[in-house]
Design a protein around this ligand. Structure first.
Ligand code: C2E
Ligand code: CA
Ligand code: CA
Length: 507
């Protein structure tokens, strides 16, 4: 299939439209002329005009129809990009947008973070279906009859509230205590009455902070303090910031672990749904034996490595481990590594990757790089340049976490993408969320239209896998297929062998 960029398609559309208009006008003029002066035009001339019309009109119509279909996908995806699929509330991205807008207008604005207490125990005790039910009922309690605040689900069991107005006349304390008691009232669920608590932290612009990130941080600190004190609500207090953290110790340990190549890969299988074969493996960083009490998760140490400028070193050291492990596995297995935003800005990245692979005689076609949309938006031109270089060398490029960022259709069309990965928040709500079904179907449709492979992440049940199979999704990844498993350790531990059809572990 020929893949045109937006610009190319627009040019073809305008040319075809002009050609259609000219040829239709010619036909009308010729027919009118023939009426008064019969047999004036030769058969050839009329034939040519007729052919021009029959070619240009359908092409113009096809392109117009294609554009309408793409616009429909874009509308659905835009809705997805700003809504939380479980509650229908705004998501984190929309929340930050609204906050930015409010601060740009210099309106006094209160930001509240709400964290539900003991919610996890409901999930553990009654299961996730009841947990979700209670969660949805609680999310309806954020509505306040008197104040029209914006409510977002920020992730997990955390909500964000935004209220602009004149706080000389609005009594925030009354609003917060009303909200807090509504959230603490028992909920009637299918499993009976359950109750949770809530910890609320509040920060106000301009008195507590003057930037969006400062306000979010302040509200978060206030919420943590409320939580530490057993719930309730609390305003930000600069004294809260004086907490001594052991951040410095963590930074030091991470730098050391990366230098000593102690960050190692775990592998998670990716299933080709139609054939049931494991065709690829995502490489996920792990920091075992960190010596820090609890080993930090990638969610903690990856952003930290990015901030400390160590992410590039971490990538090359992981790649080195991966290239060693590749020798033990079938040569048609694809290895997908995550790349960070700043790595795409490095004009020498592709060259270095090719040199490393070449040294170990590894075919670049066995490597896939997962990039996120946010990574792309840092410096679009350089990112696209790097990705084009990689694609030309045979490296496969996958767009990760699709649905959580901008979900930009034009980006999907401009990049040399082989694959798009649907974020797990949509996949694991497929069995009960109409919204997620629509979004996943639209995304799969988009990929088919653009000839891009599509993979659903976070597949946790057979039911979800069945739905994806029905929808025509190409690949699936998730705990139901296989959890990330660390590589064999050097002291003669387990060796992971990947076989067609799945993953086996031999001693
Ligand atoms: P990601 O790229 O979206 O990776 C998938 C995450 O989903 C992994 O979390 C994986 O363990 C988890 N996961 C897999 N299947 C399921 C499932 O069925 N249900 C649920 N709930 N989760 C599932 P992990 O390993 O904690 O990694 C978190 C994130 O850290 C990754 O998200 C990726 O963005 C980043 N990351 C991990 N390793 C690297 C790395 O080497 N380099 C870079 N730059 N980022 C990395
Ligand atoms: Ca990934
Ligand atoms: Ca992902």
């Amino acid at each position: 299939m020929v893949k045109l960029t937006n610009k190319q398609e627009a040019v073809v559309f305008v040319v075809m439209l002009t050609l259609s208009a000219v040829s239709i006008s010619c036909i009308l003029a010729a027919l009118t002329y023939e009426l008064f002066y019969p047999y004036t035009f030769s058969q050839n001339m009329l034939g040519t005009i007729f052919i021009a019309t029959t070619v240009s009109v359908p092409i113009a119509l096809l392109l117009a129809q294609n554009n309408l279909r793409m616009a429909a996908y874009q509308d659905e995806l835009e809705e997805l990009a700003s809504t939380d699929s479980l509650t229908g509330l705004h998501n984190r991205r929309r929340f930050v947008e609204l906050l930015d807008r409010s601060l740009a207008g210099r309106q006094p604005t209160a930001v509240a973070f709400v964290d539900l207490d003991r919610f996890k125990s409901i999930n553990d005790q009654y299961g996730h279906a009841v947990g979700d039910e209670v969660f949805k009922l609680l999310s309806e309690r954020f509505h306040d009859d008197d104040y029209d605040w914006q409510v977002a689900r920020l992730g997990g069991d955390e909500f964000g509230l935004l209220l602009s107005g004149d706080f000389q006349t609005i009594d925030l304390e009354i609003i917060l205590s009303r909200l807090h008691s509504r959230l603490c009232d028992a909920v009637t669920s299918s499993a009976g009455m359950v109750s949770v608590g809530a910890s609320i932290g509040v920060a106000v612009y301009p008195s507590h902070a003057r930037t969006a990130s400062g306000l979010l941080r302040a509200a978060d600190h206030a919420m943590m303090r409320a939580k530490a004190e057993g719930g309730g609500w609390r305003f930000y207090d600069a004294g809260l910031d004086e907490h001594v953290t052991d951040a410095a110790a963590l930074e030091e340990a991470l730098a050391r672990a990366i230098a000593r190549r102690q960050i190692i890969p775990a592998y998670q299988p990716i299933l080709h749904i139609e054939t049931g074969r494991t065709v690829a493996m995502e490489v996920l960083a792990r920091w075992p034996s960190s010596g820090l009490g609890v080993d930090p998760s990638p969610g903690t140490f990856i952003p930290l490595a990015e901030r400390l400028g160590l992410i590039d070193n971490l990538f090359w050291s992981l790649l080195d481990h991966v290239m060693t492990d590749m020798a033990d596995n079938p040569s048609d297995l694809l290895y997908a590594l995550n790349v960070s935003p700043m790595q795409l800005q490095d004009r020498g990245f592709c060259k270095r990757l090719m040199a490393e692979l070449d040294e170990r005689e590894i075919d670049p076609k066995r490597i896939e790089l997962e990039v996120t949309e946010t990574a792309m938006f840092r410096d679009m031109a350089t990112s696209i340049h790097t990705l084009n270089e990689l694609a030309e060398e045979g490296v496969s490029v996958a767009l990760d976490d699709f649905g959580t960022g901008h979900s930009s259709l034009s980006l999907v069309r401009e990049l040399p993408l082989r694959k798009l990965k649907i974020d797990r928040s949509f996949t694991n709500s497929l069995t009960w969320s109409e919204h997620s079904v629509k979004i996943v179907a639209a995304t799969i449709g988009l990929c088919k239209a653009l000839d891009i492979q599509v993979c659903a992440e976070g597949v946790e049940t057979e039911d979800t896998l069945d739905i994806l199979r029905e929808m025509g999704c190409d690949f699936a990844q998730g705990y139901h297929i296989g959890a990330p498993t660390p590589r064999a350790d050097a002291e003669g531990g387990q060796v992971i062998i990947f076989r067609p059809g799945g993953m086996a572990i031999a001693g």
